[in-house]
Design a protein around this ligand. Structure first.
Ligand code: 4AD
Length: 482
């Protein structure tokens, strides 16, 4: 096959070399009958391609005409020779367009392509429903333009999501889902290195796994069923099955009618469950090592992606400690109280209180990432282990980034009697989970685990304001298409 180059890899060292590249027609600028510029975009990078009619090079005026008639966002294959621009690109008005793209679309400025052949592989319609340049602008740019009396079109969230296959082409979106992939990959890599086994639990199940009514119901061969709210019961039964440590990456379905910036009806769950030898802090230690390694990896190896996101959605880098801070729930409540917010010590934190606690912890301890543990039993799911010496509390925890929850976890009840009692106390009909409860009567080690929302991790690491930004094709209470 032929050798294809990547736009992002082109540099001065490639000058003089023939190349073959494929990308989107980012911009087309006719200059004269004999000359045109085509800016080709691939992922987060653009490069300027120059067409000059020249019989010796096999470039005809028809070819220049063909190029100028192409629609933006068409897919082009370009054969050409890498060259160094004759004059600095920024100074010529002809090439203003490149300067425009430079900031938003990280143009490769040090080289251009002298086009020999240009093929249109697939033609985009002449006018797309959203303009990519507008979709890629930062809020600051809009404000600056407004002050200068210019009219620019903001692309709203719904419009973006309606035309997501175009919206995903913005550099920030290209970067966001590359970051997401790295988080998922590091999650697997780290847990595999700690002897966890990857599993896949069923998503078609007989009832609620988290308690409560937030399930999508369906019929399963004439039997009522639902989509799994979490792998919770099955990852625990895998521990009963003798695996000692398991993890799962898979879809989680929640029929919550929550129209918020951080709830989806389908998200990617990163779950883990493990035998506990002495204390449930063993689970916290895994989380500590796991997340510190994820944060380090992103900071050290995803610089370009983070800078790209930062350009459209400026954010402060996440502050975290080498050893993750752990505070008791009571300490958290106390910090809030001292700062003027009264919380029922046996109740749960609301979103606002969590945010405030996030700010207080940052001020006092210099971290945006911390674990809050020993929650009141009453606010945790039925499968949570009560504290041995104070059963009003539980061996459970939540983990926060910038004052928003990304993880919840706990030690689990592993005796069938207590499990049945706790389920009943929480209003769950034990008959609906009898197979699960019975699993613990065949021999079950003490165990605990946690569940992470992948979209929330990426959203909060990059301080994005909406979880829809970190879901490829989000499912929220209103959205099933595309
Ligand atoms: O807090 P949740 O509901 O806990 C569980 O599912 C337990 N089975 C976990 C465990 O092992 N004990 O969900 C875990 C995480 C949350 O911390 C949050 O990050 C994310 O999943 N999450 C959501 N993300 C997006 N949209 C929603 N509706 C979410 N609900 C929870």
């Amino acid at each position: 096959g032929r050798v294809w180059s990547k736009v992002g890899d082109l540099d001065e060292a490639a000058a003089g070399r023939p190349v073959l590249i494929r990308g989107f027609a980012h911009a087309i600028r006719p200059v004269s009958k004999k000359m045109a510029f085509v800016v080709l975009r691939q992922s987060m990078s653009t490069v300027q391609c120059v067409l000059v009619a020249n019989a010796d090079a096999g470039v005809s005026t028809q070819m220049v005409k063909f190029a100028t008639a192409l629609s933006k966002e068409s897919i082009l294959d370009i054969e050409g020779v890498v060259s160094l621009p004759k004059e600095p690109l920024k100074s010529t008005t002809q090439q203003m367009i490149v300067v425009l793209c430079e900031y938003m679309f990280s143009a490769i400025l040090q080289v251009e392509i002298q086009v020999r052949k240009i093929y249109c592989i697939n033609r985009a319609i002449p006018t797309l429903p959203i303009n990519l340049e507008d979709a890629a602008r930062s809020e600051a740019e809009f404000e600056k333009a407004e002050q200068a009396g210019e009219k620019l079109v903001r692309v709203g969230q719904d419009t973006r999501l309606n035309y997501r296959s175009i919206d995903l082409r913005t550099p920030a979106n290209q970067a966001i889902f590359r970051i997401q992939c790295q988080v998922e990959n590091k999650f697997r890599e780290f847990l595999l290195s700690k002897d966890f086994v990857g599993i896949h639990s069923p998503k078609l199940i007989g009832g609620s796994s988290e308690g409560g009514a937030a399930v999508f119901k369906l019929m399963y061969n004439g039997q009522p069923a639902c989509l799994a709210q979490s792998p919770q019961l099955y990852k625990q039964m895998a521990i009963c099955g003798g695996y000692e440590r398991v993890f799962e990456v898979g879809p989680v379905f929640r029929a919550e009618n929550s129209n918020t910036h951080r709830h989806l009806c389908e998200f990617v769950g990163l779950d883990a469950e493990m035998e506990i030898k002495e204390h449930y802090f063993e689970v916290c230690d895994i989380i500590d090592g796991l997340f510190v390694s994820i944060f380090k990896h992103l900071t050290e190896n995803c610089k370009k992606e983070l800078e790209t996101i930062n350009r459209q959605y400026p954010f402060e880098p996440l502050k975290y400690l080498d050893k993750t801070l752990k505070l008791t729930y009571e300490e958290g409540i106390q910090m809030l109280k001292e700062a003027g917010t009264e919380i029922d010590p046996m109740g749960d934190l609301n979103t606002e209180a969590e945010k405030k606690l996030g700010r207080l912890v940052r001020e006092k301890y210099g971290t945006d990432f911390f674990i809050l543990y020993q929650y009141p039993l009453a606010v945790r799911p039925f499968y949570t282990m009560p504290c041995y010496d104070n059963p009003a509390y539980s061996n459970s925890f939540d983990v926060f980034i910038r004052g928003e929850e990304i993880i919840s976890g706990a030690q689990r009840v592993h005796t069938p009697e207590l499990l049945a009692k706790r389920a009943t106390e929480c209003g769950i009909d034990v008959n609906t989970i009898s197979a699960y409860i019975e699993s613990f009567s065949y021999g079950a080690p003490p165990h605990g685990g946690f569940g992470v929302g992948l979209e929330r991790v990426v959203m909060l690491f990059c301080a994005l304001n909406n979880i829809r930004k970190t879901s490829l094709f989000p499912r929220d209470p209103q959205r099933l298409v595309p």
